[in-house]
Design a protein around this ligand. Structure first.
Ligand SMILES: C[S@@+](CC[C@H](N)C(=O)[O-])C[C@H]1O[C@@H](n2cnc3c(N)ncnc32)[C@H](O)[C@@H]1O
Length: 239
């Protein structure tokens, strides 16, 4: 993770405390899981809103992120919520890995991760989930859609986002022979006023030693022009 992104996530933890991210959060695991016990894993969890929302549940919770700083920020959030940090099991091992061999999960979350993989690797990643799922396992996926603004440029090994997804990609990754389709939502979203303030603050913190206020304002304006997020939320249940 670049230093700019590290700063982004650190500031995110300050500007978006638990109360703010959880106040309007609707957790599909609560709505669609066939049981309210078992194990829930968030892969590429960051400061997982899903897991924070489930702290008061009976689920055994697992957080996986290769970035130690993100795991530490998640631990800080767990403590701030009045729980012990150990309420969640943390792992910084890159996924897919054998770390969880023998474990079956009630729900698996992959939110905003697959678009960092080349498509072939993402397909491989998803096929590996088979060994961790059983009948009834929910899989929640959020990915950038093909309409995302960054999808206009050619994708190379150096691109920040390495793949974008359509409905047919997701249906191919999760075939109907193996999964029941519960939800498919395509979203197009501009940042709200608070998020715009946050983004401007982040850019200012990144560039304040290097550029004049006027130059920073231009960077902020250009960045905000490309800030539209096109994504897909996909929810499936294993037969
Ligand atoms: C954009 S963040 C998404 C965070 C959160 N899931 C969300 O939706 O806001 C992607 C996270 O995935 C982590 N990551 C990237 N590749 C990974 C891998 N192979 N296994 C586990 N975590 C990974 C990164 O460190 C980063 O924190």
């Amino acid at each position: 993770m670049t230093d700019d992104m590290k700063l982004y996530w650190k500031l995110y933890s300050e500007w978006f405390p638990n109360e703010r991210i959880l106040s309007k959060f609707n957790n599909p695991i609560r709505d669609y899981s066939i049981k309210n016990s078992g194990k829930v894993i968030d892969i590429g969890c960051g400061q997982s809103t899903y897991l924070l929302d489930l702290l008061d549940s009976n689920y055994e919770l697992f957080a996986v992120d290769t970035n130690e700083m993100q795991l530490q920020l998640l631990k800080d959030r767990v403590i701030k919520s009045g729980n012990k940090a150990e309420r969640i099991n943390y792992s910084s091992t890159e996924f897919p890995s054998d770390n969880f061999k023998g474990n079956y999960f009630t729900a698996i979350i992959i939110s905003n991760l697959l678009h960092f993989f080349k498509k072939n690797d993402a397909y491989n990643f998803v096929s590996q989930l088979n060994q961790y799922s059983e009948s009834g396992t929910l899989i929640l996926v959020t990915v950038h859609s093909s309409s995302h603004l960054s999808n206009k440029k050619e994708i190379t090994d150096k691109s920040y986002f390495k793949s974008f997804y359509s409905k047919s990609d997701l249906y191919e990754m999760f075939p109907s022979s193996d999964f029941e389709y519960i939800g498919y939502i395509e979203k197009e979203k501009l940042p709200n006023n608070y998020k715009i303030k946050f983004i401007k603050h982040w850019i200012n913190e990144v560039y304040k030693e290097k550029y004049t206020p006027n130059q920073i304002r231009k960077i902020q304006q250009n960045y905000l022009k490309t800030c539209r997020i096109n994504s897909i939320d996909f929810l499936v249940k294993k037969h």
